[in-house]
Ligand binder design. Structure first.
Ligand code: LMR
Length: 430
């Protein structure tokens, strides 16, 4: 038998009787994926899926942190619209960016985080790369630490924390553990518990801090408390890893929102900073962020960058251009930067006024509960204090969607829904 005939016979033998056009589901060979079990829905985007499927016309989505205008619509910042025009006029090409991203973008991004006068920047001691928004930035940092960190290779994350931190560190080969953060009794920071935890975890651990606007609680340490954590980290030689997703978005002032990161650097720490431009520029879908390690010498920067490029190349090769172009225009052009500062202040102010309005509406509904934590918290979210069964009830009976821990995106409240949300919150908590 010729070689061709033999191979034809072999291949036909492996198909069901109906032959090559038969359906794949009827194939008798067991699937290589047969053992795969259903995974849990994402704690944040899973809420969005459930919301989408709900037919209730009154439904309200407070689950995912995405800013909405007062009438509930997605909002494009005026400075972004202007930058879009400039970028389109420049008629750029669609070539690959370098593996580490657009150099001009990396420069303006890290300047925003560390400050133009930062000694680190003046001395060229930053290793900064473009990333796929904040998640991508954390992922790069974690992957690098997973390969090269010589200290205790465990990430300590706050309890509670953003629903994706655990995932990102785990998938980077770094096990995570909690440190105490939030005190449900005071609905505030458990300063004593957190200090004690940071003191008793193994030396040289990776400690993940939310640089500003803690997600999900909206509870931030005071400058004095930050100072104390910086000192503990120095004594214990912990490695501070800052997740900075809300610079400018929290207080309306990007300089103020960067204080914790800059304090740690001034205190002599080497740090990681994961920046996102999703919230403060409203560029959620553009997936634009930056990741920085501070280093001790320029030679070290070069070596760390060389390894980080290998990490990036293996993950996604090189980053996308559009968001980087927009942000380079905005932060690199004094006029547009000024407009952005106004825009971001407007976002922060509207969120603060929504907090106020929600508390007033709850009072109007007749709620006797103390809701002052809603106005005391900062940033995109409020940790309402709703218990898991109250969350289930508010979703089932009122179609007001939030994450299972009772977090609501204040930035999604507005005139059309604020009274309804207050009514629902009162109904499930009275
Ligand atoms: C959130 O916390 O809702 C946002 O940061 C969106 C996300 O990626 O989880």
């Amino acid at each position: 038998m010729s070689a061709i005939k033999k191979s034809k016979l072999l291949s036909l033998k492996h198909f069901p009787k109906r032959g090559l056009v038969g359906s794949f589901s009827s194939c008798c060979k067991p699937s290589v994926f047969g053992h795969v079990e259903q995974g849990p829905a994402d704690p944040i985007f899973g809420v969005a899926e459930a919301f989408k499927a709900d037919k209730n016309p009154k439904k309200v989505m407070l689950g995912v942190g995405a800013y909405r205008s007062d009438d509930g619509k997605p909002y494009v910042l005026p400075c972004v619209r202007k930058a879009e025009e400039i970028v389109y006029k420049k008629c750029g090409n669609h070539e690959y960016l370098p593996i580490a991203g657009m150099p001009e973008f990396n420069k303006v991004a890290v300047e925003l985080a560390l400050g133009k006068d930062s000694c680190i920047l003046k001395e060229g001691l930053n290793m900064t790369v473009q990333s796929l928004s904040g998640t991508g930035a954390i992922r790069l940092g974690a992957a690098f630490l997973g390969m090269f960190y010589k200290g205790n290779k465990e990430a300590y994350i706050s309890n509670p924390t953003w629903g994706n931190h655990r995932n990102v560190f785990l998938h980077s080969g770094i096990p995570w553990k909690y440190y105490t953060y939030y005190d449900p009794k005071t609905i505030g920071l458990d300063f004593k518990g957190m200090s004690e935890n940071l003191c008793c975890i193994p030396d040289e651990s990776i400690v993940v801090f939310h640089a500003v606007s803690h997600n999900p609680t909206g509870v931030d340490p005071t400058p004095e408390q930050w100072k104390a954590f910086s000192q503990i980290c120095m004594q214990k030689k912990h490695f501070p890893f800052f997740d900075m997703a809300y610079q400018g978005f929290a207080s309306g002032d990007p300089e103020r929102d960067a204080k914790a990161v800059r304090m740690f650097i001034d205190d002599g720490h080497q740090v990681a900073v994961a920046q996102s431009f999703a919230k403060n520029m409203g560029l959620y879908g553009e997936r634009i962020g930056a990741f920085t390690f501070t280093c001790r010498s320029k030679e070290e920067v070069a070596k760390v960058l060389s390894q980080m490029k290998i990490v990036i190349r293996a993950m996604y090769s090189n980053p996308p251009t559009f968001g980087a172009r927009l942000i380079t225009e905005i932060l690199g052009n004094p006029e547009l930067k000024c407009l952005w500062l106004q825009d971001v202040k407007c976002l922060a102010d509207r969120i603060m006024s929504c907090r106020q309005k929600l508390v007033e509406a709850l009072k109007k509904e007749g709620s006797k509960k103390d809701w002052s934590h809603i106005t005391n918290q900062i940033g995109m979210f409020s940790f309402t204090g709703l218990k898991p069964e109250e969350v289930k009830k508010i979703i089932k009976e009122f179609a007001v969607y939030m994450t299972a821990d009772g977090r609501i995106s204040i930035a999604s409240l507005g005139s059309p829904n604020i009274d309804y949300v207050a009514k629902a919150m009162h109904a499930v908590t009275k």
